[in-house]
Design a protein around this ligand. Structure first.
Ligand code: F3S
Length: 65
């Protein structure tokens, strides 16, 4: 499972980095980014939660990746 952040949509609210800091972090440009590797199993639920809660739906999850 991997997560991706659409930087054109992200408004930098920081919710994803609060909910799932194992996967999401803020870039210098004020938008979030996701780790470029498979999400650790114990962080998967939090990553899905972040994707659901993001106010601009900037996070996509690839369950197969
Ligand atoms: Fe951006 Fe959404 Fe995270 S707006 S900072 S991707 S919760």
């Amino acid at each position: 499972m991997k997560a991706y952040v659409d930087k054109d949509k992200c408004i930098g609210c920081g919710l994803c980095t609060d909910l799932c800091p194992e996967v999401f972090s803020m870039d210098d440009d004020g938008t979030a980014t996701a780790i470029d590797e498979p999400i650790p199993e114990d962080a998967e639920d939090a990553a899905r939660e972040a994707a659901e809660q993001c106010p601009v739906e900037a996070i996509s999850i690839d369950e197969e990746d």
